[in-house]
Design a protein. Structure first.
Length: 128
């Protein structure tokens, strides 16, 4: 097999993998949301993530005030922003973990199908 055929074969295989992964992820997304819009689900998760964000703001501000620097208010403000971002990110990740796991499993299942087909093409099984 020359390099051009090898490259085209791998490009075609990669396209099939990506398409199959996207198809599997889309199927699982649709099944998980059960007709509800994705924006509504993400909106709800973002609203529920505000409590961890507030906790992160408080903890960040407290940590900034307790520092032994010369300007604790500036440091407290920056630490509060960083704590709020970390708290929101952690809360949002936690709220959407089942959705992310379901979509990821769907994508991997779709890609496994294409991988199995390619393996069988390259390694035919002779039962005779």
């Amino acid at each position: 097999m020359n390099s051009q055929n090898w490259l085209m074969s791998n490009v075609d295989y990669s396209r099939k993998l990506v398409a199959s992964g996207l198809r599997g992820a889309n199927e699982r997304r649709t099944a998980f949301l059960d007709g509800r819009p994705l924006a509504g689900f993400l909106n709800h998760a973002a609203r529920r993530s505000l409590v961890p964000a507030a906790a992160g703001i408080c903890l960040g501000a407290l940590g900034g005030f307790l520092s032994r620097r010369s300007r604790p208010t500036n440091r407290a403000f920056l630490c509060a922003i960083a704590g709020g971002a970390l708290g929101f990110g952690a809360g949002f990740t936690w709220r959407t973990r089942r959705f992310a796991a379901d979509v990821t499993c769907g994508a991997l299942h779709g890609m496994d199908t294409i991988r199995d087909e390619r393996w069988l093409e390259r390694n035919p099984i002779d039962y005779a």
